[in-house]
Design a protein around this ligand. Structure first.
Ligand code: VAH
Length: 324
């Protein structure tokens, strides 16, 4: 890190990943140097009170330009997107936000000499024709959700801006992300967060996926480490300029239920698959992330049981604090 900390913009800072990534960046670069931005203000005090917030709609290029001139950002983390399940309810808006938003950030970065851009992709770029086990970095990609199509197209544009304009834009194909600090919004993997909340509330969980639906998943601390390891790696180590496969674990609803029952034996679940089952069935079950391991030393720390223990411990603590 340079002796004067970079100024950083996080777009979508109040979302599930953004709310934790912003705090992690503020720990590294200093609160005042990391500007959180979103279309709604932060709800949690730690995010609200640890640094500046700006109202930003990523489709508003005027506001983006004004902020870039005001703060002279060196890095931009563009996390705002419509996720898989919500995207199917409003395909045209999902396409517009996910694609036009990316173009606005890539073009802003070029205009304002931003040194490094982060943009998340997803295993949703894969589809029914993709090999579902140990899915390779380079393989058939036939996504059949608007979200997946937008992420696949976005990956190509990130590589184009790197090759044609030399923009240092980096990306990860996240699996489903699970954390206790912020709820996810509109994804097909959201069940894996909600299930823990219902478990500590002593309620039966109604699962929108079938019990044997295996999906690649990752605990939030691992997702934060992977993102920061990628962004702090020397540019010459980054060989993949569309988006890196990223993996930690894979599990099904019945497996996460068994993990929870090691702590809460009477936890109950019922399975009521809905439209999200078809989306989940089109995605890989396990991912080959050997490129990330080789290029910048990726190694996850959490497996399913370690995540369950940490999730339940922290959710119970949060619940007790809220009860006072
Ligand atoms: C979704 N959480 O479910 C996101 C993610 C791999 C899934 O991209 O849409």
């Amino acid at each position: 890190m340079a002796n004067t900390p970079d100024t950083i913009l996080v777009i979508g800072a109040c979302g599930q990943l953004g709310s934790e990534l912003t705090l992690a960046l503020r720990d590294i670069y200093g609160g005042a140097n990391v500007v959180a931005s979103d279309v709604t203000p932060p709800r949690h005090a730690d995010l609200r009170d640890s640094g500046p917030f700006e109202h930003v709609d990523v489709l508003d290029t005027k506001v983006l330009g004004e902020l870039a001139s005001k703060y002279k950002f060196k890095q931009i983390y563009h996390l705002a997107a419509v996720l898989s399940a919500t995207g199917e309810k409003n395909p045209k808006f999902a396409w517009r936000l996910n694609m036009e938003g990316l173009f606005n950030v890539l073009d802003l970065a070029l205009e304002q000499q931003v040194e490094r851009v982060y943009w998340p992709s997803s295993i949703a770029v894969f589809g029914p024709g993709t090999p579902r086990h140990n899915t390779p970095q380079q393989t058939i990609m036939d996504p059949n959700t608007v979200y997946g199509i937008s992420k696949q197209a976005g990956e190509r544009w990130c590589e184009y801006y790197f090759q044609k304009h030399g923009l240092d834009v980096r990306s990860l194909r996240y699996p489903g992300l699970i954390g206790y600090k912020a709820l996810p919004g509109g994804g097909t993997t959201d069940y894996a967060v909600d299930i823990y909340h219902k478990a500590i509330e002593g309620k039966t969980f109604e699962c929108f996926l079938s019990e044997d639906t295996h999906l690649p998943m990752m605990y939030m601390p691992d997702a934060l480490k992977a993102t920061l390891d990628l962004m702090h790696a020397p540019a010459e180590n980054i060989k993949v300029r569309d988006s890196y496969n990223l993996s930690a674990m894979s599990f099904s609803p019945e497996e996460i239920t068994a993990s929870i029952r090691k702590h809460i034996p009477d936890f109950d679940i019922v399975y009521k698959p809905d439209a999200r089952q078809k989306i989940a069935a089109s995605w890989p079950q396990t991912i080959d992330d050997s490129a990330a391991q080789q290029d910048w030393g990726w190694k996850p720390a959490y497996d399913l049981d370690a995540m369950t223990a940490d999730m339940l411990h922290n959710l119970k603590k949060l619940k007790a604090e809220q009860a006072v």
